[in-house]
Structure formats: structure tokens, C-alpha cells
Design a protein around this ligand. Structure first.
Ligand SMILES: Cc1ncc(COP(=O)(O)O)c(C=O)c1O
Length: 305
């Protein structure tokens, strides 16, 4: 019985690293974060944020978890809430796939689908709606992934060390999608502490506020896109932040399914950028790509259309 976990939450993390072909002489591996029990990388920060809230008393038994999420953070919170017995309310923008909204509801979360907007302060948007619900719900806790230090810390303490150990310290480049930026900041900090020469390459939606500050526009690539520039983004550990267009992310995501990787749009975006970057890699380089979630969450949006 040694390998048994007491609950599904103990199965979060320790995801496999598998070889992928990015068309370079260098070694390339994908970290299959879609094998987390909630189906994405966001299980890690969700568990850290809830555990810390319980520890410091802001989330008490019978409490309600409320979060604005484009899907995966919400799904992770819904799973954790279901295991631990909390009510969960998630607000999502209407670009969120049907499958993600259905998954949230399947875990028993209440979902508010809000109009997509390129401005986070928009009172109609999903962030404003989450704030409103938070203020009128007694016993509510809002993890607020964009401002919660446990978000990058989850990756600093788990994802980063796993990548370092799985590559036996040989990693030279890490390609990571940027949304709240907890992943890139946490992994980047850990890896740079081990070896400052490791290149941390972020992938952002081309028309996000960060990549198009003068003319941000909505985009269809879920999961990535830096529209809130907060302390969870530590640019001191990011070497480059490269933009991805929706059409490139969608095309690569479809192509990857035909190669056996049924991954989500941010993984397609990461793969597209890594392939473009590949000619710069040397033979002994070791690149790691983060595949943050599964294509099953996008069957109606990307594949079966
Ligand atoms: C599929 C997917 N990829 C990438 C990211 C970006 O991760 P982070 O918010 O840590 O920047 C997210 C975040 O929700 C995601 O859901």
C-alpha cells in the first residue's frame, strides 16, 4: 500500500517528461501537465492557494471559494472544493470552451459566463463579476491568482525542481505559456537559481495588454495572454516573451493531435514558438516545453469544427 494516495489531491504534480520533436538537433522534452488529476497545470497553484488560506484562517469550513478564471484555475479550485467540501463559484469569459464550463459544473461549481472584454476593469467582465460576488458572499475567499504569492511559489517548490531533477540538471531552455505568469515566474526563479545561464522563454498572446500595450484586442487562445501585469510576473527571470497569433496556436494544436499529443491551445502555442526558436539551439542543448492542459477541453472549439 506504499504507493497509495489518501486523496486525489495528493496525486497533483510529479508529471512525466517525454521526448518531443521540435525539428532541432537539440534534445526536447514536454512536461505533460495535463496528466494532473484536474487536467491541467493549474492544480498546483490552486492547491497551494487553498492550503495557505486554510492555514492562515481566511478560508474556514463551510466557506465559499470565488475566482475569476478562464477555466483551468477554476476547474482545479472546483475539484479541490469538491474534495474538501467548499462551495465554489467561478466567473469565466465567454471565450471559454463549452467543455471547460461543463467540467466546472460537473464538479458542482456555480459558473457565471461573462462577456469577453479586453479591459479587466470593465464592470461587465469576469473579473469585476468575481469581485462583486466576493463582496456580497459571507465567508467567501478569493484566491486571486494574479496577486497571490502562492501561485508562483507552487511552481518554485514543485514544477521547477521536478524539471531540474528530470533533466538531471541539463536543461538549457524552458518554453512556458504566460497567463497569470505564476508558472514562468516560479519555474524561472528556481531554474535560474540552479543555473543562471538557463534561458526562460515565455509565450504570450500577441494581442494581450503586455504584448500589444497600445492596441490590445481579444484573442481566442485560452490559458495564455498577459492582461494583468502584477507581481506574479517576475520579468527578472524571463529572457524573452514571444508573441503567438491565434491562427498559429490553433494550427499547431491540430497538427500535434495527429502526432499523438492531444493538447490544449497554450501547448500548441508553446510548440509553435519552440519550433521557430529551434534553429538557435545547439546540439547539446536540452529544451523543456510546458504542455499545460489537454485537447479534450477544446474538442468543440479546435478539433471538431
Ligand atoms: C492551458 C493553460 N496554459 C497556460 C497557462 C498559464 O499559466 P500561468 O497562469 O501560470 O501563467 C494557463 C493558466 O491558466 C492555462 O490554463
Amino acid at each position: 500500500m506504499n504507493n497509495k494516495y489518501k486523496s486525489v489531491l495528493e496525486a497533483i504534480g510529479n508529471t512525466p517528461l517525454v521526448g518531443v520533436d521540435i525539428g532541432a538537433n537539440a534534445h526536447a522534452f514536454a512536461k505533460l501537465e495535463y496528466l494532473n488529476p484536474g487536467g491541467s497545470i493549474k492544480d498546483r497553484p490552486a492547491l497551494f492557494m487553498i492550503t495557505e488560506a486554510e492555514r492562515n484562517g481566511v478560508l474556514k469550513p463551510g466557506g465559499t471559494i470565488i475566482e475569476a478564471s478562464s477555466g483551468n484555475q477554476g476547474i482545479a479550485l472546483a475539484m479541490i472544493g469538491a474534495v474538501k467540501g467548499y462551495e465554489v463559484i467561478i466567473t469565466v469569459p465567454d471565450r471559454t470552451s463549452f467543455e471547460k464550463v461543463s467540467a466546472l459544473q460537473a464538479y458542482g461549481a456555480k459558473v457565471y459566463v461573462c462577456p469577453d472584454t479586453d479591459c479587466l476593469e470593465d464592470p461587465e467582465g469576469y473579473h469585476a463579476k468575481a469581485e462583486e460576488l466576493f463582496h456580497k458572499t459571507p465567508g467567501a475567499f478569493m484566491p486571486n491568482q494574479y496577486y497571490n504569492k502562492e501561485n508562483p511559489r507552487a511552481h518554485y517548490l514543485t514544477t521547477g525542481p521536478e524539471i531540474w531533477q528530470q533533466t538531471e540538471g541539463r536543461i538549457t531552455h524552458c518554453f512556458i505559456g504566460m497567463g497569470s505568469c505564476g508558472t514562468i515566474s516560479g519555474i524561472g526563479k528556481y531554474l535560474k537559481e540552479q543555473n543562471p545561464a538557463i534561458k526562460i522563454i515565455g509565450i504570450d498572446a500577441a494581442t494581450s495588454k503586455f504584448s500589444s500595450p497600445d492596441n490590445p484586442k481579444t484573442y481566442k487562445t485560452e490559458g495564455i495572454g498577459v492582461d494583468v501585469i502584477s507581481d506574479t510576473l517576475d520579468m527578472s527571470v524571463v529572457d524573452e516573451a514571444l508573441p503567438i497569433k491565434d491562427e498559429d496556436a490553433f494550427a499547431m494544436t491540430k497538427e500535434m493531435a495527429h502526432q499523438g499529443y492531444l493538447v490544449g491551445l497554450s501547448s500548441g502555442a508553446v510548440m509553435h514558438v519552440a519550433k521557430q526558436y529551434a534553429p538557435q539551439l545547439k546540439q547539446d542543448d536540452v529544451a523543456v516545453l510546458i504542455f499545460a492542459d489537454s485537447g479534450r477541453a477544446y474538442l468543440s472549439k479546435v478539433f471538431n469544427v
